[in-house]
Write a protein that binds this ligand. Sequence first.
Ligand code: NAD
Length: 251
Amino acid sequence: MAESKSFQDQVIVVAGAASGIGMETARLISSLGGSVIGIDRSESGLGNLQDQVSSPNLNTRIVDIADEAKLKTVITEIASRFGGIHGLVNTAGIVGPTNIMAEQLSTAQIEETLRINLYGAIWMTQAVLPIMKRAKYGRIVHVSSIAGKEGNPGMTPYNVSKAALIGFVKGVAKEAATEGVTINAVAPAVIQTPMNADTGDETLKYMVSRIPMGRLGQATEVAQLLAFIVSRECSFTTGFTFDASGGRATY
Ligand SMILES: NC(=O)c1ccc[n+]([C@@H]2O[C@H](COP(=O)([O-])OP(=O)(O)OC[C@H]3O[C@@H](n4cnc5c(N)ncnc54)[C@H](O)[C@@H]3O)[C@@H](O)[C@H]2O)c1
């Protein structure tokens, strides 16, 4: 993002802004002049974000995106309070169960991950689409994962949620294509964030060994890509899944 005020007069909602990729994205877009509303279920994490940015252009809302009614109420309130929503960056997500074979998963375990990673994404998209269509302008991006393309063993709910997001943006993109609204996804490989704080050294080494650049990605690198995708300049790409994988994905 070259222009220092490229998000001037734009209202951008960043879901998952209390940590990792979402926090970096909220910081970056507010530094580029955007009016950012960070939403997350972590009150303490949103407090950290407020401390770091300390700008009147950054506001926060505490909400669990697995709660459809509350999520939609918050999005509607944001749009009326700030005069619309120009962009939505959704980075909120959980890893869910790991090291559990598909046949051993309970329905409750599958549902928890889907409610956050998939339904939460669908519900916030449903809430912003009418607002953006009325304005004849909008940019939406959801963070998927390389797991949605390749599948990680022992992580069925996560794989399913991230693959489904890729399909979701493809269809909605076509529905909104003539309305001035774009919707895309980003599929990162392993990124150094709190999400991986508990990942063992051996697992991390294995993940890095599959990345041609031979290193972990940084949250700031994904934030730069997300900021571009929700900028005015990213105007002729919709329904696409961008990679942030250090060369791992070439398809
Ligand atoms: N870190 C990686 O290696 C990696 C790789 C590929 C994809 N991703 C995806 O990128 C996104 C961001 O991941 P991150 O690494 O920054 O993780 P993170 O754990 O640092 O941040 C995720 C944020 O989402 C919020 N969140 C989780 N559930 C929520 C809910 N129900 N309601 C509201 N907020 C909720 C958390 O509170 C947290 O602030 C996720 O969707 C993740 O699946 C991450």
